[in-house]
Write a protein that binds this ligand. Sequence first.
Ligand code: ADQ
Length: 466
Amino acid sequence: MSRLVMVSNRVTLPRNDGQAAGGLAVALEEALQQHQGLWFGWSGTVLDEGEPSLHEQRRGKVRYAVLDLPRDLFEAYYNGYANRSLWPLFHFRTDLVVYDRNFEAGYLAINRLFGERLAPLLNTDDLIWVHDYQLIPLGRYLRGLGCSQRMGFFLHIPFPSPSVLTTLPGHADLVQSLFAYDLIGVQTEADRRALREYVVHEIGGYCCDDEWLYAFGRSVRVEVFPVGIDVEDFAHLAGTITARDYERRLRSSLVGRELIVGVDRLDYSKGLPQRFAAFERLLERHPEHLGGVSFLQIAPSSREDVPEYNDIRNTLETLAGHINGRFADFDWAPIRYLNRALSRVALAGFYRCARIGLVTPLRDGMNLVAKEYIAAQDPDNPGVLVLSRFAGAAEQLDAALIVNPYDADAVAEAIHTGLQMRVHERRERWNTLMAALRDYDTRRWRESFVEILEASQESPLQEAEI
Ligand code: ADQ
């Protein structure tokens, strides 16, 4: 079995405090344990002076190698190009894109630095798996340094449509970097279509079957791997004494009212102002819910060094204040808004308590909250997922109530439908959703990626045919 080398922007070293970590990081670490792997990435430290140094640690069969980054380049790479240029662009927010040549230069410099520090750690038959938009050019730098290992790249966020992508100066160069890999993984068929369309119509490349693209003198395989969750693990967590305790405490504060829950990082892609407006519309259109339903939104701040994120917090506080001011009674406030992160076990308890899981991003690569909400439900009395058609998860979870998050009336009606839905329909939908989650969980996601990468070979599309 080849060694697996995982590369991501940030590497969180394993916790030694005995607390349960969770989510994707754990799933990836499990894969590394199986493959006696190496995890390489940024340490989380930025340096004001001195040479960036590499720190190493080992846990079980996994070796961690983390790099400190110089502050000036880091600012341009991370708070600049990655989070002010690529993130808004890949989430179709061309209005928020800030393009600056210095950002791009910093992005390329950090990717080059990653390549230079990673290359000496590699063995010839390693499998290299690079994660996400911060590291698109890494494979190209590694190839330039003579690395001929099998390399795969997984994009966790959406791939934009060609008309959006072409607004980025240097878009062709960015896409050419993807062709240094042997395998590109995306979250949805829609993402794969968008990449194919760009390559065929913008670059004049070719596609073969559904999964092979040829351009820039190279071929690459493109596959859809929807990120999943560890379904049984999350369902188990929601049934633990601690989770049930959170559920009980929240339920007793509701005094018989129904709960709607939203859980997101505070990010403009998550559609939070639109969600608050849709909840307000529900109370306007269906006054029978006044005093009968509470909306709990948990949204911790993120990326506070990026200016475009500063306004969202104020906007939401104003909206929550406005809606509560307009509808609250002496013994009921319609919105509870928490601007902080909670533990996974608390979230699991809250999901289980909620009749409606409200997941309405304007664009999202996948959205794991939608999946966690389903996994946490009580099978006898499950809640209803209201899900944006623009979350990658909607491709698999079509038994949810699928909505257009820009249409406040439609979202309000879906919430109303969910609140009225009888238990047999809720169970039926929930069983279908659970089957979809079980069919493609985190294990299947990571094993399929590694298997296809391991088997990657010459494309069926030979140069002679083109
Ligand atoms: P994110 O944009 O961070 O991830 P998402 O997939 O919804 O979005 O959430 C990731 C995790 O963060 C979930 O496990 C969730 O429980 C946790 N989380 C969210 N809000 C929280 C809160 N308030 N308190 C505590 N924990 C919270 C990116 C892409 C997604 C893609 C993932 C994985 O943007 O589209 O699904 O990567 O590929």
